[in-house]
Design a binder for this molecule. Structure first.
Ligand code: GLN
Length: 502
């Protein structure tokens, strides 16, 4: 056991911190304090957090220390601080989803994820910034201002979970929770040099996750290395009867897989349609190197074709707005947060309209209009119905591919982190960020992004996406850990250590 005294606690991995806390080498309170100080120091520049509750976090940490002192059994990540995406409810704590329409709303209950975090003695530091209702790839659509990428404060940290990825990359927290409907865990991980996993759809309960598109939404773990991600995955996954799509089966052994990064004899499929052609040169270069690395480690890399992936983005941007327009109908000024125009001179319907006009930002309005149109009578079959058919074809492409290989790989995102402001006025350019991540959500597979190096042209992180069939999440960790160990052997440290000091 490394002696942590005198070391910067915020630079440690979650598993190192958990070990040190459980052995009494450092207290959970000291660890939490160190992270709160780091947040106070750097977050005015990064803006990863929308809300930090120092008192509650310290109280939770002291609770862990007291449990340890009593000799009680501690969770595997006991006392480790975590940043929670502001789309998950936590009792009594403001939950905004990055929107003005929820300003001031304090949910009366904990989400399933928060319950699991508490049951595992993980210390929640606060809520992280995100694109409004998780619509976006940059956090620029947050009503509370963008989060900045710790690698370069002029660039985006990805989205929609850019607050969570930036908190990790800025060493404000060693663990974070994200949600992924079309890539919002994986793309932020890719552009910040961190690790993120979208579990199999139904692997983590959606209870208390404010819905964007219910058939696609999935919460998942984020961290700076593969093992920490697996430990967090194991802590939050598992059946919950309150979510009708929650899978009632044993959680794959993700921690065991992360500890056994051996890809010898594994068959890895390179998806021709996502193989990096047309991506930024440095993304393509690092991806090719990762393919060679996997071959060097004893995996067999085979090219596979998923011909319907070219329609995935189009189908997603019909299915997602359709579901979102229906889910977001509940924000009408009557039950949650903001109410505008309630001055006695307007009808109930007018108050609802005024509230929605004032409370939603432009991207949310765009998608509500798109979705309402796609679902309207006369258009339903041509848009929503067609998109659902494409979804089936994409699932079949995955089935055919997984009949040949154990996992699929691609670059996570077509480019490294772009500049703040560069794409915000061009929705199509923004949507194209998700070209490689969206097929996974449409089919309900599990997928990981992990860092594989810096693009030579801009010195920014590149992510590798690994995709596994539903309920084979352990394969992500097996491959991810093999790649990570080989790269750490070469570099002498995790890629994130190369991020410039803030
Ligand atoms: N960027 C995608 C979108 O804007 C993904 C969103 C998500 O995964 N929450 O829809």
């Amino acid at each position: 056991m490394a002696d942590l005294m005198g070391n910067d606690l915020t630079r440690q991995s979650a598993s190192t911190l958990a070990d040190a806390i459980s052995q009494g080498e450092v207290s959970a309170e000291e660890v939490t304090k160190a992270h709160l100080e780091r947040i106070a120091d750097v977050d005015p520049r990064v803006h990863a957090f929308l809300y930090v509750d120092s008192d509650d976090a310290l109280a939770a940490a002291r609770g862990v220390d007291a449990k340890r002192a009593r000799g009680d059994q501690l969770g595997a990540l006991a006392g480790v601080p975590l940043a929670l995406k502001d789309v998950l409810t936590m009792k009594g704590v403001p939950t905004t989803c990055g929107s003005k329409i929820l300003e001031g709303w304090r949910p009366p209950y904990d989400s399933h994820v928060v319950e699991r975090l508490r049951a595992n003695d993980i210390v929640i530091l606060g809520k992280t910034n995100m694109d409004e209702f998780a619509m976006g790839s940059s956090t620029e659509h947050s009503a509370y201002g963008p989060t900045r990428n710790p690698w370069d404060l002029e660039r985006i940290p990805g989205g929609s979970g850019g607050g969570s990825s930036a908190a990790l990359a800025a060493f404000e927290a060693p663990l974070a929770i994200g949600t992924d409907t079309g890539g919002s865990i994986r793309q932020p991980a890719a552009v910040t040099g961190t690790v993120g996993v979208k579990p199999t759809y139904g692997g983590v309960s959606r209870y208390g996750l404010v819905a964007l598109a219910s058939s696609l939404d999935q919460a998942g773990p984020c961290a700076r290395n593969v093992l920490d991600t697996a430990l967090l995955h194991a802590a939050i996954a598992g059946h919950d009867p309150r979510d009708s799509t929650s899978i009632n089966a044993a959680v794959p052994d993700v921690v065991g897989a992360a500890l056994n990064g051996d890809v010898r004899g594994m068959r890895i499929g390179l998806v021709r349609e996502l193989s990096g052609a047309g991506y930024q040169a440095g993304v393509e270069l690092r991806f090719r190197e990762a393919v060679e690395l996997l071959e060097g480690l004893g995996a067999e890399v085979i090219e596979v074709s998923c011909p319907h992936f070219e329609y995935a983005l189009g189908a997603y941007y019909l299915i997602l707005p359709s579901e979102a327009s229906s889910n977001l109908a509940r924000f009408d000024g009557m039950r949650y947060g903001l109410r505008a125009g309630d001055d006695g001179s307007h009808s109930v319907e007018e108050v609802m309209a005024i509230t929605r006009e004032a409370g939603f930002g432009p991207e949310v309005k765009r998608r509500i209009m798109l979705g309402t149109y796609a679902l309207s009578s006369g258009y339903y079959d041509a848009y929503y119905g067609q998109a659902q058919k494409v979804r089936t074809l994409i699932t079949r492409d995955f089935d055919a591919a997984f009949a040949q290989v154990d996992v699929l790989i691609s670059p996570t995102a077509p480019t490294t982190a772009f500049k703040i402001g560069e794409k915000v006025d061009d929705p199509i350019a923004m949507y194209l960020n998700d070209v490689a991540t969206i097929p996974v959500n449409l089919a309900g597979n599990a997928a990981m992004s992990l860092p594989i190096g810096l693009a030579p042209e801009d010195g920014l992180p590149v992510g590798l996406q690994i995709i596994a069939p539903p309920m084979a999440d352990d394969r992500l960790y097996r491959v991810g850990s093999a790649v990570e160990s080989a790269l750490v052997d070469t570099w002498g440290h995790l890629l994130i250590e190369e991020a410039p000091a803030l």
